[in-house]
Design a protein around this ligand. Structure first.
Ligand code: RIB
Ligand code: CA
Length: 313
């Protein structure tokens, strides 16, 4: 089976960092570019983090800086979870990968034009870049195989009682993606809150004993501390790699195809994804929603990628 070409649009962020490693170090995938969007941190922070993580993972691929604010101009950093640098907890190598001169949206377009086959877009931050790409390059939509995004929730939120952070940061962008007509898969909090970094996972990371695994342990211990402080969740959920893992083996999640819309005007619920699990609204199903995770298979993939990234020179 030929590796699936994919572009990862992200806001590193601890879980985004692991998504980069998984996307880059599984033989079923071919990571052809990384684009950044402000979210967990401001655009300069998350872009530097992406370059440093790519250096840590021994990658050589284009990285482009994207939107520093939402379509409506909102900016917020999740320093309470990810720290001042947006990736606190470990010493990362100096960035050896140069930044592309292109804007993220233009790099996505360039990679799609150059690819001899359709490309999958995985988005693990606010959907601003993806929405802008769809609006600025409508003629390239047919080059997109599917969009898999980490965001939303069929139940409660994490940035507000009903809105998950990535969607809440740019609901208008999420609306553009949800109405795009492209094949969509949503990995919301329902499934990502099953991807917990448990003490047993930490023990398996400790056994690796490599520079990469030690760095990741430092990052995840910071992530665990802030998650416990803010949400009283002792084992932090590793959200973003779930969106990558399902491309490697779709059986890692159980999904249901339903209608998903985003609330744009609710005074208390703006940014909430309205996931119509039982088709109560009678609207067209537009999105596969991941609801259950195969924990063991997920961590098998994730830990193998971490081991592989250390071995790759
Ligand atoms: O709500 C969790 C999501 O928001 C994750 O992608 C995390 O990295 C942040 O971007
Ligand atoms: Ca993210």
């Amino acid at each position: 089976m030929k590796p699936i070409p994919l572009i990862l649009d992200c806001d590193p962020g601890h879980d985004d960092a692991l998504a980069i490693i998984l996307a880059a170090h599984n033989p079923a995938l071919r990571l052809i570019g990384i684009t950044t969007v402000s979210g967990n941190g401001g655009i300069k922070k998350v872009t530097l983090n992406a370059r440093r993580v790519a250096t840590l993972a021994n990658l050589n691929l284009p990285i482009a800086e994207g939107s520093g604010k939402s379509i409506l101009g909102a900016v917020e950093e999740a320093t309470d979870i990810h720290g001042e640098s947006a990736l606190d907890g470990a010493e990362l190598p100096e960035a050896k990968i140069e930044l592309s001169e292109l804007h993220a949206v233009d790099l996505i377009a360039k990679l799609l034009k150059e690819s001899t086959e359709k490309v999958t877009i995985v988005a693990t931050g606010p959907l601003t870049n993806v929405a802008l790409f769809l609006k600025m390059y409508p003629q390239l939509k047919e080059n997109v195989r599917e969009i898999v995004f980490m965001g939303g929730s069929a139940t409660r939120g994490n940035r507000t009682p009903y809105a998950e952070f990535n969607i809440w940061m740019d609901p208008e962008a999420a609306d553009v993606v949800l109405r795009s007509g492209l094949p969509l898969t949503m990995c919301g909090l329902d499934v990502t809150h099953q991807a917990l970094v448990t003490p047993e996972i930490f023990a398996r990371l400790e056994k690796m004993g490599t520079q990469v695994s030690r760095t990741i342990i430092g990052l995840l211990k910071f992530f665990a501390k802030t998650y416990d402080e803010v949400f009283e969740i002792p084992d932090p959920p590793l959200h973003d790699p779930v969106a990558v893992a399902l491309l490697i083996d779709r059986s890692v999640v159980r999904t249901k195809k339903v209608n998903v819309q985003v609330e744009l005007i609710g005074s208390l619920t703006r940014g909430a994804t309205v996931v119509d699990l039982h088709n109560r609204l009678g609207e067209q199903a537009n999105c596969e929603v991941a609801l259950e995770l195969d924990f063991e298979l997920f961590w098998k993939m994730m830990l193998e990628a971490i081991e592989k990234s250390a071995a790759t020179k």
